[in-house]
Structures are given as structure tokens and as C-alpha cells.
Design a protein around this ligand. Structure first.
Ligand code: NAD
Length: 335
């Protein structure tokens, strides 16, 4: 079988998870890697015995083409989405890009338009769409009376990477991290009607609890309304090192509770009070990578659960919440 030849743009932490997938796929050949940090690009190259090693995406694109690369995997920090996607589109190279896809929504909309014009295959790293537990919830919801309350949360400490220390460079925790639960809401309930959000800061002290340049919210609370009387409250927090913080969704249906513990297990409590505890049974990043690469190999885009155009809608949802945090106003989404 002819192998699919891929290039890695960005060889940091998230790239490692993708690389674990590629190591297990005998139909994948990592032929080129790029990262401004020498140690990282050399480590990634050594992992696959790759000889084409570049200092950034520009050098990679200047030396490669759509004839030498079948796809690229873009795992760069949120501020680094300069012309990485537009050049891939111009060269006709399909790509998988990590969330957040961009911090500038106008630019993301333009990229989405360019992708559509070209008919290019893309995927976004919204890994939980490939998670068995989320898909069990998706199958379960239509069996019950529509509507209900959803409580979602992702609370932790401040991640160490430089770009997390400032809302201008990570987009805020909702955009950077809790985007997975935002996306899950869209996946489960469809497009939202409105959002209202608040945020707070002052617990994490710059230079004491975090680096001196720290300038980000400690926590936010976002209320999304959906059709069918669904209201979801999503809390995000990066101020706590308390152990065993509950993360995930707690969904209260008229006759059932779905207690989803983030990427770990799902406890279903039925109308008789009987509990079923289902552990996670898949590696969702592996399934995301596999779906993208098989789509590129076969041309079957239906394998991809969130492409760039779809993920753009999730990002619009998160950035609308950021706007509401700033203005104190409810924001209504255009239908
Ligand atoms: N889908 C998920 O579940 C998930 C999980 C973790 C991180 N992420 C996302 O993945 C992205 C990367 O996160 P990370 O933790 O790997 O960050 P990181 O800082 O560890 O790595 C990013 C790497 O990109 C490199 N880079 C920057 N500009 C580049 C360029 N022009 N060409 C080539 N390489 C370049 C940097 O030097 C760095 O090594 C972030 O947007 C993050 O939100 C997604």
C-alpha cells in the first residue's frame, strides 16, 4: 500500500500526542518536520527517521509541494496562525489544525472561505467528537423528552506554557481549553440561540502564583441557551490546585442523569436510581488522526466529524462568550 506522506508543523506537546498515533499507523510516513525550537524538531525527526527538517512552516513550504506532502498536521500555539493555513490552501495540501484555529475570527472566516473554494480536506483537533462516551450521550438524548439543564466544568491550575499567561495570547481559558466542552454542546444540541457570560480575576497573582507577565481571568461562567429548552452553564477556572476537581458535564434529563467525567467515564442513573458506569474505551486523538488521514487517502470527507468550517462555528460560539464577558450583554446568534 502506498503510504500517506505527512509534514508536522509544530513539534511541541500536542504534536507528541499526534505522533503517538502516527507511530501506530503503518500507512503513515512522517517525511518532514518544522519547529523554530531545534531540540523539538530534531526529536520529532528522530522519532520517525525523517531527513527533511525545517526551522519553521515557511522553510517547509518553500522546499516542499503538494507533490511531496499529502497532508500537514498543524500544532502551533494560538498566536502562530500567520499564513500557515493560507499557504497550505494555496499549495492544495490538506491539513489538520489544532484548536484554537485562530485568535482573529475575521481571519478564520477568510481561511474557511478559501478552503471551501478549493474543496480542500481539513480537520480540527476537536478530539472529543471521536470519544465513545460523548457519542453514547449523543445517542441517548433523543430517547428522552427534549430539554433540560446541563452543567459543564473545567477547572484546574494555570498551564505552564508562555502563551497561556495572557488572554491576548491564548484567547482565554474558554477559547483555549474549555472549547472542547463548548464544542460538545454544539455537537449534542445544535447551534445556540444566545450566550451570556461573566468572568473574574484577582485570585492568581502575577509574579507570585504565576509568571510576572500573567494577565488572564481566574474563572468564567457562561450560559448558553439552545432550542428545546436546553440551558447549559459552563464554568472554566484556572486558579485551583485542589485535588479531584470534577470536570465534564452533568446533564439532568426528565428521567435520567448523565454524569460525564471528562475523558474518563460516564455514569448513567436511570429512573429507578440504578447506575451504570461506563469507562472510556477509545483513544479519541488516535481516532481523530485516523479519520483525517483516511479521508485524505480516500477522499471521503464524511469521516471527519469537525472540519474547519464546522469548527469555526464552535469558535464563534466561544468568542461570543468572550464578548459578553467584556460587555455584560447577552449575545444572540444569527440563525
Ligand atoms: N486538541 C487538543 O485536545 C489539544 C490539546 C493540547 C493542545 N492543543 C492545542 O495545540 C496547540 C499547540 O499546543 P502545544 O501544547 O503543543 O503548544 P507548545 O507551545 O508545546 O508547542 C507549539 C509548538 O509550535 C511551534 N511553532 C510555532 N510557530 C511555528 C511555525 N511557524 N512553524 C513551525 N512550528 C512553530 C513552537 O515552537 C512550539 O514548539 C495549541 O493551540 C493548543 O491549544 C490541543
Amino acid at each position: 500500500m502506498k503510504k500517506i506522506r505527512i509534514g508536522l508543523i509544530g513539534c511541541g506537546a500536542r504534536s507528541k500526542a499526534h505522533r503517538e498515533s502516527f507511530e501506530q499507523m503503518d500507512y503513515v510516513e512522517v517525511v518532514a518536520v518544522a519547529d523554530p525550537i531545534e531540540e523539538r524538531r530534531l526529536e520529532a525527526a528522530a522519532q520517525f527517521g525523517c531527513q527533511r527538517i525545517y526551522k519553521d512552516h515557511t522553510e517547509m513550504y518553500n522546499n516542499e509541494s503538494g507533490k511531496t506532502l499529502d497532508a500537514v498536521i498543524i500544532s502551533v500555539e494560538p498566536t502562530a496562525h500567520t499564513d500557515i493555513e493560507t499557504r497550505a490552501i494555496e499549495m492544495g495540501i490538506p491539513f489538520l489544525v489544532e484548536k484554537p484555529i485562530n485568535l482573529d475570527m475575521e481571519k478564520a472566516r477568510e481561511i474557511s472561505r478559501m478552503i471551501e473554494e478549493k474543496g480542500l480536506i481539513t480537520a480540527v483537533g476537536l478530539q472529543d467528537r471521536y470519544l465513545d462516551l460523548i457519542n453514547i450521550i449523543k445517542d441517548e438524548l433523543p430517547k428522552h423528552k427534549a430539554g433540560g439543564l446541563v452543567y459543564g466544568s473545567w477547572v484546574c491550575g494555570v498551564p505552564g506554557v508562555w502563551w497561556w499567561q495572557n488572554k491576548a495570547t491564548n484567547g482565554g481559558q474558554l477559547v483555549e481549553q474549555n472549547i472542547h466542552l463548548v464544542d460538545g454542546l454544539r455537537y449534542l444540541y445544535g447551534e445556540p440561540i444566545s450566550v451570556y457570560a461573566t468572568c473574574s480575576r484577582g485570585i492568581v497573582k502575577a509574579g507570585i502564583d504565576a509568571p510576572a507577565e500573567y494577565d488572564n481571568d481566574d474563572h468564567s461562567t457562561v450560559v448558553y441557551q439552545f432550542e428545546n429548552n436546553v440551558t447549559a452553564t459552563l464554568v472554566s477556572g484556572c486558579y485551583s490546585h485542589a485535588p479531584k476537581i470534577r470536570r465534564g458535564y452533568y446533564i439532568i434529563l426528565n428521567d435520567m442523569i448523565l454524569d460525564y467525567r471528562l475523558r474518563n467515564n460516564l455514569i448513567i442513573t436511570n429512573a429507578n436510581g440504578e447506575e451504570t458506569d461506563i469507562p472510556r474505551g477509545v483513544n479519541q486523538t488516535f481516532l481523530l488522526d485516523e479519520a483525517f488521514l483516511k479521508a485524505v487517502m480516500t477522499g471521503d470527507k464524511s469521516l471527519i466529524r469537525s472540519d474547519y468550517a464546522d469548527a469555526l462555528k464552535t469558535h464563534e460560539m466561544a468568542f461570543a462568550a468572550n464578548k459578553s464577558m467584556e460587555s455584560g450583554q447577552v449575545i444572540y446568534f444569527n440563525k
